[in-house]
Design a protein around this ligand. Structure first.
Ligand SMILES: Nc1ncnc2c1ncn2[C@@H]1O[C@H](COP(=O)(O)OP(=O)(O)OP(=O)(O)O)[C@@H](O)[C@H]1O
Ligand SMILES: [Mg+2]
Length: 282
Protein backbone atom coordinates (compact mmCIF):
# COMPACT_ATOMS: atom_id res chain seq x y z
CA UNK A 1 0.00 0.00 0.00
CA UNK A 2 1.33 3.44 -0.89
CA UNK A 3 2.08 5.55 2.16
CA UNK A 4 1.58 9.24 1.51
CA UNK A 5 2.56 10.65 4.89
CA UNK A 6 5.17 10.04 7.51
CA UNK A 7 3.95 8.54 10.72
CA UNK A 8 4.44 10.58 13.89
CA UNK A 9 5.31 8.91 17.17
CA UNK A 10 4.14 11.15 19.99
CA UNK A 11 5.03 10.48 23.61
CA UNK A 12 2.69 11.85 26.29
CA UNK A 13 4.77 12.18 29.42
CA UNK A 14 5.25 14.00 32.69
CA UNK A 15 6.72 12.41 35.79
CA UNK A 16 4.09 14.25 37.83
CA UNK A 17 1.08 12.03 38.51
CA UNK A 18 -2.54 12.87 37.72
CA UNK A 19 -1.91 15.58 35.12
CA UNK A 20 -4.15 13.87 32.51
CA UNK A 21 -1.51 12.00 30.49
CA UNK A 22 -3.80 9.00 30.03
CA UNK A 23 -6.90 11.11 29.40
CA UNK A 24 -4.97 13.11 26.80
CA UNK A 25 -3.72 9.95 25.05
CA UNK A 26 -7.23 8.47 24.93
CA UNK A 27 -9.10 11.58 23.82
CA UNK A 28 -6.43 12.93 21.47
CA UNK A 29 -6.26 9.46 19.90
CA UNK A 30 -10.05 9.39 19.56
CA UNK A 31 -10.09 12.94 18.17
CA UNK A 32 -7.40 12.21 15.56
CA UNK A 33 -9.28 9.04 14.55
CA UNK A 34 -12.38 11.16 14.16
CA UNK A 35 -10.39 13.30 11.73
CA UNK A 36 -9.79 10.06 9.78
CA UNK A 37 -6.18 9.71 10.83
CA UNK A 38 -4.90 6.18 11.42
CA UNK A 39 -4.03 6.06 15.09
CA UNK A 40 -2.34 3.56 17.38
CA UNK A 41 -2.37 4.23 21.12
CA UNK A 42 0.10 2.39 23.35
CA UNK A 43 -0.39 1.90 27.07
CA UNK A 44 3.09 2.04 28.56
CA UNK A 45 2.04 2.30 32.20
CA UNK A 46 1.82 -0.70 34.57
CA UNK A 47 -1.29 0.94 36.08
CA UNK A 48 -3.00 -0.01 32.77
CA UNK A 49 -5.33 2.98 33.02
CA UNK A 50 -5.42 3.58 29.27
CA UNK A 51 -6.22 -0.08 28.57
CA UNK A 52 -9.03 -0.03 31.14
CA UNK A 53 -10.41 3.32 30.04
CA UNK A 54 -10.78 2.21 26.43
CA UNK A 55 -13.34 -0.41 27.46
CA UNK A 56 -12.08 -3.34 25.45
CA UNK A 57 -14.49 -6.27 25.25
CA UNK A 58 -14.01 -9.64 26.96
CA UNK A 59 -12.39 -11.34 23.96
CA UNK A 60 -9.97 -8.46 23.63
CA UNK A 61 -9.25 -8.54 27.37
CA UNK A 62 -8.40 -12.23 27.08
CA UNK A 63 -6.18 -11.48 24.07
CA UNK A 64 -4.45 -8.63 25.95
CA UNK A 65 -3.47 -10.95 28.81
CA UNK A 66 -0.85 -12.58 26.56
CA UNK A 67 -0.33 -10.05 23.79
CA UNK A 68 0.72 -6.79 25.34
CA UNK A 69 3.57 -4.35 25.76
CA UNK A 70 5.23 -6.43 28.50
CA UNK A 71 5.43 -9.37 26.06
CA UNK A 72 7.11 -7.08 23.52
CA UNK A 73 9.76 -6.10 26.07
CA UNK A 74 10.16 -9.44 27.84
CA UNK A 75 9.87 -12.04 25.07
CA UNK A 76 10.58 -9.99 22.00
CA UNK A 77 7.04 -10.57 20.73
CA UNK A 78 6.38 -8.56 17.59
CA UNK A 79 4.21 -5.47 17.93
CA UNK A 80 1.96 -6.57 15.05
CA UNK A 81 0.74 -9.59 17.01
CA UNK A 82 -0.28 -7.35 19.94
CA UNK A 83 -2.54 -4.96 18.02
CA UNK A 84 -6.13 -4.63 19.23
CA UNK A 85 -8.50 -2.92 16.81
CA UNK A 86 -10.86 -0.66 18.75
CA UNK A 87 -12.66 1.29 16.04
CA UNK A 88 -12.05 2.30 12.46
CA UNK A 89 -8.70 4.08 12.46
CA UNK A 90 -8.02 3.39 16.13
CA UNK A 91 -5.94 0.52 17.57
CA UNK A 92 -4.35 -0.24 20.92
CA UNK A 93 -1.34 -2.05 22.28
CA UNK A 94 -2.42 -2.87 25.80
CA UNK A 95 -0.45 -2.75 29.03
CA UNK A 96 -0.45 -5.46 31.65
CA UNK A 97 0.53 -5.30 35.32
CA UNK A 98 3.61 -7.37 34.28
CA UNK A 99 5.10 -4.08 33.13
CA UNK A 100 6.07 -3.49 36.77
CA UNK A 101 8.53 -6.38 36.49
CA UNK A 102 9.61 -5.25 33.03
CA UNK A 103 10.58 -1.88 34.48
CA UNK A 104 12.54 -3.59 37.29
CA UNK A 105 14.37 -5.87 34.84
CA UNK A 106 15.14 -2.99 32.50
CA UNK A 107 16.58 -1.06 35.43
CA UNK A 108 18.53 -3.77 37.20
CA UNK A 109 19.70 -6.24 34.55
CA UNK A 110 18.85 -4.73 31.18
CA UNK A 111 21.28 -6.98 29.32
CA UNK A 112 18.95 -9.95 29.87
CA UNK A 113 16.41 -8.21 27.64
CA UNK A 114 18.54 -6.42 25.09
CA UNK A 115 21.93 -4.94 24.40
CA UNK A 116 20.18 -1.62 23.78
CA UNK A 117 17.58 -1.60 26.57
CA UNK A 118 16.46 1.97 25.94
CA UNK A 119 15.74 1.23 22.26
CA UNK A 120 13.48 -1.82 22.62
CA UNK A 121 10.26 0.10 21.92
CA UNK A 122 11.74 2.03 19.01
CA UNK A 123 12.95 -1.21 17.38
CA UNK A 124 9.64 -2.96 18.03
CA UNK A 125 7.60 -0.17 16.43
CA UNK A 126 9.67 0.28 13.31
CA UNK A 127 7.99 -2.57 11.33
CA UNK A 128 4.45 -1.22 11.96
CA UNK A 129 5.09 2.53 12.03
CA UNK A 130 4.20 3.23 8.42
CA UNK A 131 0.66 1.92 8.86
CA UNK A 132 -0.26 4.78 11.17
CA UNK A 133 -0.41 8.53 10.91
CA UNK A 134 0.00 8.78 14.67
CA UNK A 135 1.33 6.50 17.38
CA UNK A 136 0.59 7.95 20.83
CA UNK A 137 2.41 6.50 23.84
CA UNK A 138 0.96 7.00 27.33
CA UNK A 139 3.77 7.04 29.91
CA UNK A 140 3.81 6.26 33.64
CA UNK A 141 4.33 9.07 36.18
CA UNK A 142 8.09 8.57 36.53
CA UNK A 143 11.30 8.93 34.56
CA UNK A 144 12.11 5.22 34.51
CA UNK A 145 13.03 2.93 31.63
CA UNK A 146 9.49 2.71 30.19
CA UNK A 147 9.34 6.49 29.85
CA UNK A 148 12.91 6.54 28.51
CA UNK A 149 12.01 3.93 25.86
CA UNK A 150 8.99 6.01 24.80
CA UNK A 151 11.11 9.17 24.56
CA UNK A 152 13.76 7.37 22.52
CA UNK A 153 11.11 5.98 20.14
CA UNK A 154 9.29 9.31 19.75
CA UNK A 155 9.57 12.16 17.28
CA UNK A 156 7.48 14.41 19.48
CA UNK A 157 6.65 14.96 23.11
CA UNK A 158 3.48 16.42 24.59
CA UNK A 159 3.78 17.39 28.27
CA UNK A 160 0.42 17.72 29.98
CA UNK A 161 0.57 19.79 33.13
CA UNK A 162 -1.73 21.44 35.62
CA UNK A 163 -1.42 25.18 36.09
CA UNK A 164 -0.02 24.82 39.59
CA UNK A 165 3.42 25.62 40.99
CA UNK A 166 3.99 22.04 42.15
CA UNK A 167 3.16 20.65 38.69
CA UNK A 168 5.62 22.99 37.05
CA UNK A 169 8.49 21.26 38.90
CA UNK A 170 7.50 18.10 36.99
CA UNK A 171 7.76 20.13 33.81
CA UNK A 172 11.28 21.28 34.68
CA UNK A 173 12.43 17.70 35.29
CA UNK A 174 10.88 16.63 32.01
CA UNK A 175 12.79 19.36 30.14
CA UNK A 176 16.05 18.22 31.78
CA UNK A 177 15.43 14.61 30.72
CA UNK A 178 14.67 15.69 27.14
CA UNK A 179 17.85 17.76 27.06
CA UNK A 180 19.91 14.71 28.08
CA UNK A 181 18.23 12.50 25.47
CA UNK A 182 18.71 15.00 22.64
CA UNK A 183 22.15 16.38 23.53
CA UNK A 184 23.77 13.47 25.44
CA UNK A 185 27.05 11.90 24.33
CA UNK A 186 25.96 10.09 22.23
CA UNK A 187 22.39 11.38 21.93
CA UNK A 188 19.81 8.67 22.53
CA UNK A 189 17.35 10.40 20.21
CA UNK A 190 18.48 13.57 18.44
CA UNK A 191 15.10 13.75 16.64
CA UNK A 192 13.00 14.25 19.74
CA UNK A 193 11.15 17.58 19.73
CA UNK A 194 8.81 19.08 22.28
CA UNK A 195 5.52 19.66 20.48
CA UNK A 196 4.09 21.55 23.39
CA UNK A 197 3.11 21.87 27.00
CA UNK A 198 -0.61 21.21 27.43
CA UNK A 199 -2.51 22.86 30.26
CA UNK A 200 -5.09 20.40 31.56
CA UNK A 201 -7.95 20.48 34.08
CA UNK A 202 -7.72 24.23 33.68
CA UNK A 203 -10.02 26.49 35.69
CA UNK A 204 -10.25 29.91 34.19
CA UNK A 205 -12.24 31.05 37.21
CA UNK A 206 -9.08 30.64 39.36
CA UNK A 207 -6.80 33.65 39.24
CA UNK A 208 -3.76 31.61 40.30
CA UNK A 209 -4.17 29.32 37.26
CA UNK A 210 -4.73 32.19 34.85
CA UNK A 211 -1.62 33.95 36.20
CA UNK A 212 0.46 30.79 35.82
CA UNK A 213 -0.78 30.35 32.27
CA UNK A 214 0.32 33.91 31.44
CA UNK A 215 3.73 33.31 33.01
CA UNK A 216 4.21 30.02 31.15
CA UNK A 217 3.26 31.55 27.82
CA UNK A 218 5.78 34.35 28.28
CA UNK A 219 8.64 32.00 29.22
CA UNK A 220 11.62 32.47 26.90
CA UNK A 221 12.11 28.69 26.90
CA UNK A 222 12.66 26.20 24.14
CA UNK A 223 9.10 24.90 24.35
CA UNK A 224 5.74 26.25 23.31
CA UNK A 225 2.46 26.05 25.17
CA UNK A 226 -0.47 24.74 23.12
CA UNK A 227 -3.04 27.41 22.36
CA UNK A 228 -5.63 24.78 23.22
CA UNK A 229 -6.29 24.46 26.93
CA UNK A 230 -8.20 21.49 28.37
CA UNK A 231 -10.77 22.81 30.84
CA UNK A 232 -11.53 21.08 34.10
CA UNK A 233 -14.62 18.92 33.79
CA UNK A 234 -16.26 20.80 36.63
CA UNK A 235 -16.71 23.54 34.05
CA UNK A 236 -18.82 21.14 31.98
CA UNK A 237 -20.81 20.20 35.06
CA UNK A 238 -21.84 23.79 35.18
CA UNK A 239 -23.41 23.19 31.81
CA UNK A 240 -25.13 20.04 33.05
CA UNK A 241 -23.13 18.10 30.48
CA UNK A 242 -21.55 15.52 32.75
CA UNK A 243 -24.95 14.18 33.72
CA UNK A 244 -25.96 13.87 30.11
CA UNK A 245 -22.73 11.94 29.48
CA UNK A 246 -23.34 9.19 32.01
CA UNK A 247 -23.13 5.78 30.38
CA UNK A 248 -21.61 7.09 27.18
CA UNK A 249 -18.53 5.32 25.94
CA UNK A 250 -15.45 7.47 25.56
CA UNK A 251 -15.09 6.10 22.07
CA UNK A 252 -18.64 6.81 20.99
CA UNK A 253 -17.47 9.06 18.24
CA UNK A 254 -20.93 9.52 16.79
CA UNK A 255 -21.38 12.45 19.11
CA UNK A 256 -19.01 15.22 19.99
CA UNK A 257 -19.01 15.48 23.76
CA UNK A 258 -17.82 18.39 25.81
CA UNK A 259 -14.94 16.15 26.91
CA UNK A 260 -13.92 15.36 23.34
CA UNK A 261 -14.39 18.88 22.02
CA UNK A 262 -11.21 20.47 23.45
CA UNK A 263 -9.26 17.44 22.25
CA UNK A 264 -10.65 17.90 18.74
CA UNK A 265 -9.32 21.45 18.87
CA UNK A 266 -6.01 20.07 20.13
CA UNK A 267 -5.95 17.47 17.32
CA UNK A 268 -6.37 20.27 14.77
CA UNK A 269 -3.59 22.26 16.43
CA UNK A 270 -1.34 19.18 16.35
CA UNK A 271 -2.05 18.68 12.64
CA UNK A 272 -1.20 22.31 11.95
CA UNK A 273 2.09 22.05 13.84
CA UNK A 274 3.01 18.96 11.83
CA UNK A 275 2.23 20.51 8.45
CA UNK A 276 5.42 21.10 6.49
CA UNK A 277 6.50 24.74 6.96
CA UNK A 278 6.09 25.44 3.22
CA UNK A 279 2.40 24.45 3.38
CA UNK A 280 1.81 26.22 6.71
CA UNK A 281 2.87 29.58 5.40
CA UNK A 282 0.61 29.44 2.31
N1 LIG B 1 -10.29 17.82 32.04
C1 LIG B 1 -10.42 17.16 33.20
N2 LIG B 1 -11.21 17.64 34.18
C2 LIG B 1 -11.34 17.00 35.35
N3 LIG B 1 -10.77 15.84 35.65
C3 LIG B 1 -9.97 15.30 34.71
C4 LIG B 1 -9.76 15.91 33.44
N4 LIG B 1 -8.91 15.15 32.73
C5 LIG B 1 -8.61 14.09 33.50
N5 LIG B 1 -9.25 14.16 34.68
C6 LIG B 1 -9.20 13.22 35.80
O1 LIG B 1 -7.97 13.36 36.48
C7 LIG B 1 -7.53 12.09 36.96
C8 LIG B 1 -6.13 11.84 36.44
O2 LIG B 1 -6.21 11.78 35.03
P1 LIG B 1 -5.25 10.80 34.23
O3 LIG B 1 -5.37 9.41 34.75
O4 LIG B 1 -5.50 11.01 32.79
O5 LIG B 1 -3.86 11.41 34.64
P2 LIG B 1 -2.42 10.76 34.46
O6 LIG B 1 -1.45 11.87 34.32
O7 LIG B 1 -2.45 9.76 33.38
O8 LIG B 1 -2.24 10.03 35.85
P3 LIG B 1 -1.04 9.02 36.25
O9 LIG B 1 0.13 9.90 36.47
O10 LIG B 1 -1.52 8.31 37.45
O11 LIG B 1 -0.84 8.11 35.07
C9 LIG B 1 -8.55 11.07 36.48
O12 LIG B 1 -9.47 10.82 37.51
C10 LIG B 1 -9.24 11.77 35.32
O13 LIG B 1 -10.56 11.33 35.11
MG1 LIG C 1 -1.87 7.74 33.40
Amino acid sequence: MKQSKKSHIVCIANQKGGVAKTTTTAYLGAALARLNRRVLVIDSDPQCNLTYSLEIDEVQQEFALENNLAAIYESGQDAESCLIRLRDHLSLIAASPDLVMTEVTLDSSPETLSTEPEKILRNALSPICARYDYILVDCPPNQGMLTLNALVAADWLIIPTLASVISLTGLERMLEQVHEIVHGEPPLNANLKIMGVLLTKFRKDRTVEVDLETRLRSCPEEFCVFKTVIPDRSQFELLGELKAQTGRSLLDLSMVSYSLLPYLTLAMEVEKILLPKSVRSV
